[in-house]
Design a protein around this ligand. Structure first.
Ligand SMILES: [Zn+2]
Length: 341
């Protein structure tokens, strides 16, 4: 089946929140990693989300070009073609984009979707994140509202962030003084302003101590109850229709009880990057250590072409990443939930 259209994606998110499960949103940066996600989702009979970060997009365009939007377009076009061969729906999303990168990343991608729509084609991406978490909330929401108005006209969903995800991703490091826990007051302000854009849809990355990356036990203190406090506050003030669709950033390395609690409070999308990066590389390392003599030309020998052909170890890595996706699907209670008939 092709990439989910807007109506299907909306229904996916509705079903997840109602059914208390969530979709894994996996970062990819190449054809192989994108194929791995599709394989893992298909084998789990779960729909899901493939996402591209600014750094992933730049990488995908090639080290000589380094154009984040071009690389993201290239990956998305690949997924549009191959997704038809998998029996699940996948949505395409772009990850963190700070205000100073909007003109280089999200805006060109929205323009690409606008061109496609004008030509009677489907959207390129289903949703994009604007990460204004480093800005004061008012400025963050001023930008978000403008984007949301444009997104509504194009059947795009906006993801925003209130509060700050700790740790480091794509070379962007959260400051030590960052606000790692979103407050109910912040989320009420998000609802007050964004819900005024009639007919638009957005996802909210509210932070509850999450960090990007994986740390030893004890380093990260997740407080999923913050999500419940935020949901209770918004439903009390604005009614059930205002309940948020939440995003869990920094899902890698999280404990199962925290994942389940967060999903119970309305998380519908959990981002995973570090754990899938590790799964991919772990399989390659395994192959290299086991086939050292064949991969390297040692002592005048010629090596073993089968061992060093990149397809050999990239196929192993693809399968290993797919297995990690299957684990995520299970942890998010999404196994078997595909809307594909
Ligand atoms: Zn994130």
């Amino acid at each position: 089946m092709p990439v989910a259209d807007h109506a299907t994606y909306c229904e996916m998110l509705d079903r997840a929140r109602k059914g208390k499960f969530a979709y894994p949103a996996i970062n990819v940066s190449s054809l192989t990693t994108a194929n791995a996600v599709l394989k893992g989702l298909a084998e789990s009979r779960s729909d899901g989300i493939i996402q591209v970060s600014t750094g992933g997009g730049a990488f995908a365009s090639g080290t000589a070009v380094k154009d984040m939007a071009l690389g993201a377009i290239s990956i998305a076009e690949h997924v549009h073609r191959v997704a038809e061969r998998y029996p699940v729906y996948v949505a395409l999303h772009t990850d963190h984009c700070q205000a100073d990168k909007l003109d280089k990343y999200v805006i060109p991608l929205v323009e690409e979707t606008e061109r496609r729509r004008a030509a009677g084609k489907s959207n390129l991406f289903n949703s994009h994140m604007f990460d204004g978490s480093a800005l004061p909330l008012k400025e963050n929401l001023d930008i978000a509202i403008k984007m949301l108005e444009r997104f509504r006209k194009n059947d795009l969903i906006l993801e925003i962030e209130a509060g700050v995800v700790g740790g480091e991703e794509d070379g962007i490091k959260a400051s030590a003084a960052a606000k790692l826990y979103t407050t109910p007051e912040d989320t009420l302000e998000v609802a007050r302003r964004l819900n005024g854009v009639q007919g638009a849809r957005y996802l909210l990355a509210a932070t509850f101590g999450n960090v990007h990356g994986v740390y030893k036990p004890g380093h990260v203190k997740l407080k999923p109850s913050i999500l419940k406090d935020c949901q209770d506050a918004v439903v009390n003030k604005y009614g059930e229709a205002a309940r948020f669709y939440l995003v869990f950033h920094g899902g890698s390395g999280s404990e199962l009880h925290d994942i389940h609690e967060a999903v119970d409070y309305g998380v519908v999308k959990m981002n995973i990057d570090t754990d899938t990066q590790y799964a991919f590389t772990r399989a390659i390392a395994d192959h290299f250590f086991k086939n050292y003599d064949g991969i390297l030309k040692v002592d005048g020998e010629v090596g073993n072409k089968k061992a060093y052909d990149p397809r050999t170890y990239l196929a192993l890595a693809e399968t290993a990443l797919a297995e990690r996706v299957k684990q995520a699907v299970k942890e998010l209670r999404a196994a078997g939930t595909t809307m594909m008939k």
